[in-house]
Unconditional design. Structure first.
Lengths: 282, 68
């Protein structure tokens, strides 16, 4: 039987409830960028926590999928956090987030071509060298079909992973959001990826947004409950992925009572159980 | 195709309202002023304008939240 784990992203407003419900939470994920200036005493608190429960350190601002080198100064600051906490894993996104002094404000989907692929590989190697850990790389959601792409998202991801040994942090809600915004089949997308490289999974919720002309896009906002399509994708993944998975529920605001988040984790457990049963039958 | 200059252009497109308005009026002329390649200029001519508007609003909201 595969020992999958189910956990939550650590947020200050959830911390007390997370600690009070450890029996139903197998893992946590901490945003490194929130603790760059934290005193060592606070980081040591997380180190102690990481010895009790698998803790993934996750960052959001490296800008790995860019033709611009990742900032050494920023990597040094992340490395300080990682060195003290000694997390079970480290991850960031396949995104471009800045150019020079211009911060876009969030993650922009990579320009999916060979040039970005080559520079992403350089950035991954540099990140590993400075942080001392091979980063897991996460697929991102996007509201815009990035201009100048020579490959589909799954083609680009598969090609990148074929040229490095990094694990894929598979965000299933991002897959769902991109699939409905840009008209591809999420299940086919999963089939195109090396699922033996997936050890960590993100699930989250989102909502539809519209403009004055009635155009709509689906936004990955982390403010809503996980939807049925994402649980269905999780079941599909569990039927195909060979490794134990750590499934992290991401929630960034409008926090419901903890029992509702725990119920979402239970629905994730049920989806994975169904998927694993399919895997055993096949 | 992609290079630091193209990413610089995109970052400006997402964060500078006046630059974006100029681009939407005349993508080719705006691309020429930033010394983009012909291939990059062609890619921008076909940009997902609906997505650009949604993404720009989303990025701006994130920047505001981070500065609060």
């Amino acid at each position: 039987m595969i020992a999958d784990r189910f956990g939550l992203s650590w947020r200050g407003k959830l911390s007390t409830a997370i600690l009070a419900n450890r029996a139903r939470i197998d893992a946590i994920e901490l945003i490194a960028d929130d603790y760059l200036d934290a005193p060592a005493t606070k980081l040591r608190h997380f180190r102690a926590l990481a010895r009790e429960i698998p803790l993934g350190l996750h960052s959001i601002h490296l800008g790995l999928a860019s033709t611009v080198p990742v900032s050494s100064a920023y990597l040094d600051r992340i490395a300080r956090v990682a060195d003290v906490i000694d997390p079970a894993s480290f991850s960031d996104h396949l995104a471009f987030v800045r150019s020079g002094d211009t911060e876009i404000g969030h993650m922009h989907a990579p320009i999916r071509d060979e040039a970005t692929l080559d520079s992403t590989l350089v950035n991954l190697a540099r990140t590993e060298r400075i942080i001392g850990r091979k980063p897991e790389v996460e697929n991102i959601a996007t509201l815009i079909d990035p201009p100048g792409c020579a490959m589909t998202e799954s083609e680009w991801l598969a090609k990148l992973l074929g040229r490095c040994q990094n694990r894929l942090l598979l965000d299933l809600h991002n897959v769902h959001a991109n699939a409905i915004n840009f008209g591809f089949n999420a299940g086919t997308f999963l089939d195109a990826l090396p699922l033996d490289r997936v050890h960590t999974v993100h699930i989250a919720g989102g909502k539809w947004i519209a403009d004055d002309d009635g155009n709509r896009r689906y936004l990955d906002d982390h403010l809503n409950p996980v939807g049925d399509p994402t649980y269905a994708l999780l079941e599909t993944l569990a039927a195909k992925a060979p490794n134990p998975l750590t499934i992290i529920l991401e929630r960034d605001g409008r926090y419901p009572p903890m029992r509702e988040l725990l119920d979402e984790l239970d629905r994730a457990r049920a989806a994975v159980t169904r998927g694993r049963a399919q895997r055993e039958r096949s | 195709m992609n290079d630091p200059n193209f990413e610089r252009f995109l970052a400006k497109l997402y964060t500078d309202d006046a630059f974006r308005a100029r681009f939407l009026r005349d993508p080719a002329e705006t691309a020429a002023t930033q010394k983009l390649t012909a291939e990059q200029t062609e890619a921008l001519a076909g940009i997902d304008k609906i997505g650009l508007a949604f993404a720009t609003r989303s990025f701006a909201a994130k920047r505001r939240r981070r500065s609060d």
